[in-house]
Design a protein around this ligand. Structure first.
Ligand SMILES: *Cc1c(COP(=O)(O)O)cnc(C)c1O
Length: 429
């Protein structure tokens, strides 16, 4: 009689896991107050006090700045638009190169393309999955203008090494903190280590406003450029008396008053939501770490990982079957959903190495790598980032079974699922 559910045995659990929902009465009340005011956005794309948005947006930004130890916090309508604004604010243009991680959400690498610049993909560190300092060094050319760091999965990248490379070569450092709100590197909050940090408030993230994002910076000049890019800057430079109008063309990246009202309430809940994630992961680490062939997250001392997902490394030669077979067997033991739909809670790997996407393989854009101003030759072929490829295709398991709302029993069931598959791998050979 087979034991594993994938072979017809009885699964560890069939009951769905609780939905992750951070929205409650506080958000409802706050949104109703905005609706009652009739003022759903107070932004004006002109040089006027409302250029900076309405009272709720400004309150949200000052709360965010205080919580993240940043001089400026500038709200936008997504992390993606925040990345575009950051690249624009740094003056990055056609002919320039930006070093990006190959293992991240696609928007982190797309931002330079929007400004006509070329993303150069660097490899990741095989223990913390953030940019590898050695790989960054090997990607630097006379055209490099910035390093776009991602604190992937909530674990801070190796910022001391990255900042010293940036200093040596006079490069901007932009931190994509979408997965790492309130994570710290050597006791300093991510988003304040480089020149600009960017956070996401889309509904898959730790906290959300439906859609939304926030940029942080301590640099007044960068903040001014971000305000211009967020809100029709071409109209503002003349009346405001800005002489350096470079990159003053703006978009509409403005957040609404309702989203800001939700954001104010969500921000208050964030520290406790993170502590709950950490408590659940500590338990998972303790138990999953006992399985030969599974490596739990490596967090350098002084750092705080905030666990957007728990990323495990899986070693096929020790466990005895390949990762995808293991994950498929696990998925049969435990329900793989449920957020508010059927997004799977566990995956083999993360996203495909970005340079393998059709955009880069076909070089399908009118500027960037095809621009006559570009004097380099960028390589997007299979093999350029061996760690990313090894992790994605063979070693990495990412899951979200540590979200707040998971009870002790829920977490125990997840652990039992891993143990059961590990104890019965013979059935999978
Ligand atoms: C979610 C995410 C983004 C995009 O955020 P949006 O707010 O949806 O635009 C960018 N980078 C990373 C690393 C992300 O996880």
């Amino acid at each position: 009689m087979p034991k594993l559910a994938i072979n017809g045995g009885t699964p560890v659990r069939t009951e769905l896991f609780p939905a992750y929902n951070t929205i409650g009465e506080e958000e409802k009340k706050a949104v109703m107050k905005v609706l009652d005011s009739g003022n759903l956005s107070q932004f004006l794309g002109a040089w006027h006090k409302d250029f900076y948005g309405g009272p709720t947006v400004q309150q949200f930004e000052s709360d965010w700045a205080a919580a993240f130890d940043s001089k400026y916090a500038i709200s936008v309508n997504s992390n993606t638009s925040g990345l575009f604004a950051a690249i624009g604010a740094c003056g990055i243009k056609a002919g320039d190169e930006v070093i990006v991680s190959a293992y991240t959400m696609s928007a982190s690498a797309l931002a330079p393309v929007i400004y006509g610049a070329v993303p150069v993909f660097a490899d990741v560190d095989e223990d913390n999955f953030g940019l590898s300092p050695e790989s960054i060094e090997s990607c630097i050319t006379p055209r490099t203008k910035a390093i776009l760091v991602v604190h992937i999965f909530g674990n801070p990248a190796k910022m001391d090494e990255i900042m010293s490379i940036a200093k040596k070569h006079n490069l901007y450092v932009i931190e994509d903190c979408a997965q790492a709100p309130l994570a710290t590197y050597k006791d300093q909050k991510v988003g304040t280590l480089g020149d600009i940090g960017i956070f996401s408030l889309n509904y898959h993230k730790h906290i959300h406003t439906g859609e939304g994002g926030v940029l942080t910076t301590n640099n007044e000049e960068l903040a001014e450029r971000i305000y211009l890019i967020r809100n029709h800057g071409e109209n503002i430079v003349e009346p405001k008396g800005i002489e350096n109008v470079f990159n003053s063309h703006g978009f509409n990246f403005r957040m609404t008053e309702m989203e800001a009202a939700v954001g104010i309430q969500q921000l208050k809940k964030l520290p406790e939501l993170i502590e709950e994630r950490i408590r659940n992961v500590e338990k998972l680490n303790l138990e999953l770490g006992k399985i030969d062939g599974i490596q739990t997250p490596v967090v350098e001392s002084g750092n705080k990982h905030v666990y957007y997902v728990q990323a495990l490394r899986y070693f096929k030669d020790i466990v005895g079957v390949d990762r995808n077979t293991f994950v498929n067997a696990f998925k049969a033991e435990i329900p793989s959903a449920i957020l508010r739909e059927d997004t799977p809670l566990i995956g083999a790997g993360y996203v495909k190495p970005l340079y393998l996407q059709p955009l880069y393989q076909q070089r399908a854009t009118h500027c960037s790598f095809n621009c006559e101003k570009y004097k380099g030759t960028v390589d997007y072929s299979l093999g350029i980032c061996p760690n990313v490829e090894k992790l994605h295709f063979h070693e990495l398991i990412t899951h979200e079974y540590m979200r707040p709302g998971m009870s002790e029993q829920d977490v125990n069931d997840v652990i039992s699922g891993f143990y059961k598959v590990a104890d019965n791998v013979d059935e999978l050979r």
